[in-house]
Design a protein around this ligand. Structure first.
Ligand code: HEM
Length: 488
């Protein structure tokens, strides 16, 4: 009886401590006197997201819409017990990314390079390690280097045309189709896999490196990184990281055996840089590229073809520009030719606006930031979230934002908009280091897809398309399927 009594008392004690902890954590914004979304016990403001009923983008957009225009430059909210700053004001976005970026060089993601070397990548690192690495990587992603990669990219893009074949009319899984192109580019240009080398295993691990990822574990690792490191928590499936690391190391060795190759892949550019990285560091950057870039590239091309299928006039206009440009450049994709594809680029930008793959940018304040001419302070250690997808759908910035309209990105239409109104790649010190490379890859892929083929909705096309609410990135809930017609 006494034992039962003690057990009940202990359980009650533990519950009271838990209750007090939750209450204290969820009282952060109230204590600071900052406008905030009222949190629900334990869940904070993300109950719908955690239950898979709402995409994180929708949750952020709801908060952005409810609080923007109330005079505050930001609003507080909670993801479970973690307080976040959600930025509402584009001037503040600009300060965080550019003018005062020195206060916000961290992202606060979990990494553990000693236990899991591939987590030592640019996306996940912060502080001094990130700064040194960034200086070296910036040397690789220069405009002239990206241009050097064009011939290989153009060659790979031809494969997508042979995949489509010569059938007059067919129904295709577009998500699979663009995945083949982007996977081939990643395998070849980022990991150095050559023609004829088997990339089945590469394909397998690009699908499954998250292993048995558990959101609650990742959340705890983010919240208590020191304990997670002590417990040797790893973010990715061990066989996958072992495979990617081994692949890069063997490709680098192979590369060094061959003499004086033209610089045609990122792997070559990394090892030929003036301040080269160590081999394992290069492997970590290749893995980071997969992590940061593969899904966004896939979904952007997929969403783009979906929108073009629904708007045949826009599709025809882009195809006409592509054909004319290719004709003027002897049938080849040249750097000059790519620059002339202004409307096709507008189509891609409009896709990135309407279906922003990374729906928010993340920063952690490394020192207190007092907002100029205001009483507001973003405190050191605060997690800051810039809701880019919500900004991209703000009707005060983009009239009738749900409409797909590439003319929004014509020079004259772009000019009146504030600089922070379009941020699919982020910006500033921690912006996407490979934005130019990614834009080139998307453009070359779209040229190959549209040159000889017309895309249209079919019976299996999901209209309207839904996002997968269980993913952090904006991805379609089901694969995109379209009918594809060969055009003369
Ligand atoms: C459509 C394609 C892509 C999109 C939309 C995209 C978008 C982004 C965004 C939004 C960020 C965070 C920026 C910020 O916090 O300000 C980012 C970071 C990054 N991206 Fe991309 N990305 C794409 C493709 C790629 C590719 C292909 C690579 C590599 C080859 C890549 C490498 C990186 C890296 C390394 C970072 C971290 C940079 C740092 O923290 O210093 N991305 N990307």
């Amino acid at each position: 009886m006494e034992l039962l009594h003690r057990a009940l008392l202990s359980a009650l004690g533990a519950l009271s401590v838990f209750y007090a902890l939750v209450k204290v954590s969820l009282g952060y914004w109230k204590r600071r006197g900052i406008l905030h979304e009222k949190p629900k016990f334990f869940w904070g403001n993300i109950k719908g997201v955690a239950n898979g009923k709402q995409h994180v983008q929708e949750a952020l957009q709801d908060i952005y819409t409810a609080y923007k225009g109330r005079g505050a430059p930001f609003v507080g909210f909670y993801a479970w017990l973690k307080p976040f700053v959600l930025v509402l004001d584009l001037k503040l976005v600009h300060q965080i990314l550019f003018t005062d970026a020195g206060h916000f060089t961290s992202r606060g993601l979990y990494n553990n390079a000693s236990e899991e070397p591939l987590s030592g990548n640019l996306l996940q690192l912060d502080g001094h390690k990130w700064r040194t690495l960034h200086a070296k990587c910036a040397e690789v992603f220069t405009p002239s280097n990206v241009q050097k990669l064009l011939p290989t990219l153009a060659q790979i893009s031809k494969k997508i045309q042979s995949h489509l074949g010569k059938e007059i009319l067919q129904t295709r899984n577009i998500s699979d189709l663009v995945n083949v192109y982007n996977k081939d580019v990643m395998a070849s240009m980022v990991f150095g896999l050559g023609h004829g080398q088997d990339n089945q295993e590469f394909a397998k691990w690009t699908r499954s490196y998250w292993g048995d990822f558990k959101l609650w574990q990742a959340y705890l690792a983010l919240e208590f990184p020191l304990i997670a490191r002590l417990l040797q928590y790893r973010s990715y499936a061990r066989p996958a990281t072992a495979y990617f690391e081994k692949l890069v190391l063997s490709q680098l060795q192979e590369q060094r055996r061959r003499d004086r190759q033209p610089l045609q892949t990122l792997l070559q550019l990394y090892s030929n840089a003036d301040q080269p990285l160590g081999d394992v560091q290069i492997a970590a950057q290749a893995f980071g590229s997969l992590l940061a870039g593969f899904v966004p590239l896939n979904v952007t091309l997929g969403f783009c073809l979906y929108e073009l299928a629904l708007q045949p006039d826009i599709q025809d206009r882009a195809r006409a520009e592509i054909r004319k440009t290719l004709q003027q450049h002897g049938g080849h994709l040249t750097p000059e030719g790519l620059r002339e594809l202004t409307y096709t680029k507008q189509v891609l930008n409009e896709t990135l606006r309407l279906h922003t793959p990374h729906p928010f940018l993340l920063r952690r304040a490394t020192k207190d930031f007092e907002l100029p001419r205001s009483v507001f302070v973003i405190a050191r250690g605060n997690n800051v979230l810039i809701p880019t997808a919500a900004i991209h759908r703000d009707p005060e910035i983009y009239e009738n934002p749900e409409r797909f309209d590439p003319d929004r990105f014509a020079e004259s239409a772009k000019q009146p908009r504030p600089p922070a109104a379009f941020l699919p790649f982020g910006e500033g010190l921690r912006g996407c280091i490979a934005a130019r490379f990614a834009e080139q890859q998307l453009l070359v892929g779209l040229v190959a897809l549209l040159q000889h083929h017309r895309f249209a909705p079919c019976a299996e096309t999901a209209i309207p398309m839904e996002y997968d609410k269980k993913r952090l990135l904006l991805m379609p809930k089901t694969d995109i399927r379209l009918s594809v017609e060969l055009v003369k």
